[in-house]
Design a protein. Structure first.
Length: 230
């Protein structure tokens, strides 16, 4: 039995359904830019314990977007010339939570998403927000899966949902058709273009550290063949 099958077998055991709720959850105060707290009690091995989580009212997605820089030659999108430079579109942004510049991928929040939204709906919403955030669009998108963010603190879009997903995408052959939105008065951010052949050193630097961006970059670069298992 391989590791994937072993995990599936283990996670299907009754004990991994979790501790039962003691009474209904109750909504707490709203948190600006995040959502709302939810308080609940669980019957654990320690007895009845109090927990507080955060409901996130918007979905999350990041995109490893790849475009090319024109060096003056005619570009055939299906047969790119070596004189064109492939670049990844990244973002340098200051955030209160880390109180320093954070190197990451757009877009992050993609607005309110239903907990039962389909992948097609999530993808379309991500494309719309990505265009608004960066000015780039493409018809070549690959879904790379998702990661669960802060599973001990966040829940979904309602008290009955569990887990906040950050959806990971790769978009290639991006073309600029508009302008990136201007930062809001309370935002500090700037787009940073990174040559694709420099991305290994970017990852090795430790500066590119936002969890969903790192996961997305590694998955995309492995899929592209720029990083390999050893």
């Amino acid at each position: 039995m391989n590791a994937v099958d072993k995990f599936r077998e283990l996670s299907s055991e009754e004990r991994f359904k979790g501790w039962p709720l003691e009474g209904p959850p109750s909504l707490g105060p709203k948190i600006p830019f995040f959502g709302q707290t939810v308080d609940y009690k669980l019957k654990t091995g320690n007895g009845i314990e109090d927990y507080t989580s955060i409901l996130r009212h918007f979905g999350g997605a990041v995109v490893f977007g790849i475009t090319v820089t024109d060096r003056g030659l005619t570009y055939d999108r299906d047969h790119p010339d070596d004189n064109w430079v492939k670049e990844g579109i990244t973002l340098c942004q200051w955030k209160p939570g880390v109180n320093q510049a954070s190197w990451e991928l757009s877009p992050g929040g993609i607005g309110k998403i239903s907990s039962n939204a389909t992948l097609e709906e999530i993808t379309q919403k991500t494309k719309e927000v990505y265009l608004k955030e960066t000015g780039y669009t493409s018809d070549r998108w690959n879904y790379l899966g998702h990661i669960m963010i802060e599973t001990g603190k966040y829940r979904g879009a309602s008290p009955d949902d569990h887990g906040l997903k950050a959806h990971l995408f790769m978009a290639t052959h991006l073309q600029k058709i508009g302008f990136a939105r201007k930062p809001a008065p309370n935002e500090i951010m700037e787009t940073l273009m990174v040559p694709l052949d420099e991305f290994k050193s970017v990852l090795d630097s430790g500066l590119f550290a936002e969890e969903s961006a790192v996961a997305c970059a590694y998955k995309a670069l492995i899929k592209l063949g720029n990083l390999q298992w050893r």
